[in-house]
Design a protein around this ligand. Sequence first.
Ligand code: ZN
Length: 121
Amino acid sequence: MRCRSCQQSAGLLRRLCADCQRVFALYDRERGELGLSQFLDRLIVDGVPRAKIEAALAIDLDGRGALQDKITADMANRVLADLGHAPRHNAADVKRMREQGGGLATTTRPSGDAAPPKGRT
Ligand SMILES: [Zn+2]
């Protein structure tokens, strides 16, 4: 069968190849403990090919969000918890923010902002 994450051969009756399985296993084991870059570093050190890591991060296997969004949500919740707030982020929120990201975080100034001072001649 083909791996549902990276589409390479996964072996007989397997949903995921061994490499992608390691990506998801690491997430299950370290959930909330690793940020996205630490997560990547751990897998690269473990010898998981980068293309497979990226495929596994981007795919939404269980319909509850892509791994990359789950990790970001976990870290946001962790920060909130450290500040004494209840967790309130989930992968769907992160996905929405990521997809809207370009419009919200713009570097162009809105028109009318910081117009030159008036009345000076
Ligand atoms: Zn795979």
